[in-house]
Design a protein. Structure first.
Length: 350
């Protein structure tokens, strides 16, 4: 496939192959296997395949030739993202994902509709966790197949990414329940979450794995990992802004969910450290309150905006994207395809 073509259909094809393998492996479990396979397939749909596309653009920029290995690795990366979302929605108690009910809500509804015994919500959470586990197994299968063709370095990077992201998710949960007394330390912890969670599997490791799959020297892999950190931070900051003021019809999630979940973001930190008393009170009234009313959420969003937080984060997004472009160009004389993906990471509505 020529590098100029849209790689998303090929990534989707390789993703489907891995999910078909998982469905076959689960088949002896009968209806339960079908439940999981159906939900995983639905959860894997609708994404932008940004991470897989970034990996492939890097592979091409580094002169890679075994595109089959790179496509399998890209599919594994996309399935890793799907597994993370399945688990995240359980951890966060989210009701929707990509405009549809979250997987745990679908399993919960299945339990209720069938009139089964026991706790429907608990069944839903368990089903989604297991679906996420199966998706992760399929992702690891894809990474293993890619490593057989492209070398152990690819598998080592994938494994390192998976461990770091898992710890980053736990750090995110710890920060979300920590007292807000130490606002100076909070900024540092928020940045640690962005680095270890989103930045790592959104940009740092996709760039590194694309280079490794192409057989690039270790110094190039290391330089691309470094370039991925500001790009990943910019991506997360754009997500945070969209979670606050984006269109639910486009993002697929209700406005203010991050506030209800108690998520500590730089937007929240800025409002608490730079806002006036009324602005701080409006934010604290909804932070971590799952029962916060739409009016209270609207007041908090207005308070964050009037505190100057959105403008400050937009400036940081621009700055981080500039750092990423410069680092990519220094490492690879980055081609148009890579730089276009930097723009896609920061200039988006979903």
């Amino acid at each position: 496939m020529p590098a100029a073509e849209d790689p998303r259909p090929a990534i989707a094809d390789h993703t489907a192959r891995l999910l078909a393998w998982a469905a076959d492996a689960m088949a002896p479990a009968g209806p339960a296997a079908a439940d999981i396979a159906t939900q995983v397939a639905a959860s894997a749909e609708g994404g932008k395949a940004f991470r897989g596309r970034l990996l492939l653009a890097t592979f091409d920029a580094c002169g890679g030739t075994d595109r089959e290995a790179a496509l399998m690795l890209a599919a594994a990366l996309e399935l890793f993202q799907t597994a993370a979302l399945l688990h995240d929605d359980v951890l966060d108690g989210s009701d929707t994902r990509r405009g549809r009910p979250a997987a745990h809500r679908m399993f919960e509804a299945q339990h209720r509709d069938a009139g089964w015994l026991g706790d429907a919500e608990g069944y839903g959470r368990a089903g989604a966790i297991l679906a996420g586990d199966v998706t992760l197994v399929a992702a690891l299968r894809g990474a293993s197949l890619a490593a057989r063709r492209a070398g152990d370095r690819v598998g080592d990077l994938f494994d390192e990414m998976a461990a770091l992201v898992t710890a980053g998710q736990h750090l995110d949960m710890r920060v979300a329940v920590s007292p807000l007394a130490d606002l100076a330390g909070l900024e540092e912890r928020i940045r640690a979450v962005m680095r270890s969670k989103t930045a790592s599997y959104t940009a740092e490791f996709p760039l590194a794995m694309g280079a490794a799959a192409a057989g690039a020297p270790e110094e190039t892999v290391a330089a691309l990992r470094a370039a991925g950190l500001p790009l990943g931070v910019a991506f997360q900051l754009r997500d945070d802004v969209l979670g606050l003021v984006g269109s639910p019809e486009v993002t697929g999630k209700p406005v203010g969910d991050d506030l209800r979940e108690g998520k500590r973001t730089l937007l929240v930190w800025h409002a608490l450290t730079h806002g006036d008393e009324a602005q701080r009170e409006a934010v604290l009234a909804v932070l971590g309150r799952s029962d916060a009313t739409p009016d209270r959420i609207a007041d908090a969003i207005a308070a964050i905006g009037s505190s100057g937080a959105i403008e400050a984060v937009e400036r940081e997004i621009d700055g981080q994207a500039t750092l990423a472009r410069a680092a990519l160009t220094a490492a690879l004389d980055a081609p148009e395809a890579l730089l276009a993906l930097v723009a896609a990471a920061v200039d988006r509505a979903a």
